[in-house]
Design a protein around this ligand. Sequence first.
Ligand SMILES: *[C@@H]1O[C@H](CO)[C@@H](O)[C@H](O)[C@H]1NC(C)=O
Length: 338
Amino acid sequence: MAPPCSPRRPISAPCFLICFLLGFVAGLFFFAHRHLHLDHQLPLPSAPEAVTDPHPLPPPAPKPAQPKLLLVVTPTRARPLQAYYLRRLAHTLRLAPSPLLWLVVEDGAATPETAALLRGCGVMYRHLSSPAPEPPQEPRRRRQDLPVDSRARRRNAALDHIEHHRLHGIVYFADETNVYSLDLFHHLRQIRSFGTWPVAMLAPGKSKTILAGPVCNGSRVVGWHTAEKTRSLHRFHVDMSGFAFSSTMLWDTNNRAHQAWNYIRLLDTVKQGFQVTTFIEQLVEDETHMEGIPAGCSKIMNFHLHMEDRDLLYPKGWQITENLDVVIPLNQEGSTRV
Ligand SMILES: *[C@@H]1O[C@H](CO)[C@@H](O)[C@H](O)[C@H]1NC(C)=O
């Protein structure tokens, strides 16, 4: 049957040897297999015995280290440049190493526009909506009253989802308006419990670039870059897109700073600038529980540009169904006269 042993030709010496060896190995294999089977019937030996077991059996195949699942949380809302931002982030995530689950959380009800975009994006995703839609208020008044960021509520909805389904992985808040390098997604998987890194950003006035995040010696956080005016009031100077943490911290009280708290969530009642530090304070006690990534924290891996559009109109479904009010007629006079 073996290809070198054609039945028509006389069997040469090397061929005979090969066939003999094949048969021998097959016999050994059968013996080993039966032996293995018998061993399985016996009570399992304790672990140290198993290590010193002189049997030539192959050790139980070590489980290949599963790459950690990245849980990328993106709050979004229907607005003119939503399609642009979401598509750009989807393209980045599509190139990022899998496994990656993209949790896209919309304000209020999920919109068909976002659903359509996500269906075609080629990334594993979950389309969520935040449970309590904001009561419609006049936006200008609300902004004056209390500068609360409604994205906190949407990020919390994603945390609810992760905790409820016990999704094990590294949670990262990736806002759609930021720009990310692929390096970042590789480094996120190195995080054991809480990782942070510096983020380059345009200052809100867009007049200068600033850096927010850790100063490190190796992976130890030894200080902070910041340009905040309220720096003395912040405990940790981290951007929302400048940290990631293990999802088990949400439900395993031994893994986090505040063991008595039931829920680790963003506080949507604090001003936007304080949301990150108040959230991180729930997770870690101090800098010694943080990992600066990559070692030295010398790499800028994402950019926070503070690019926002406000209150502009955009066509429903990104489709124009009606002509504009003014249609400029084609200039036919000029062409007929000449
Ligand atoms: C970094 O840490 C090492 C070991 O802890 C220490 O010897 C060294 O002086 C530190 N470097 C700086 C610049 O602080």
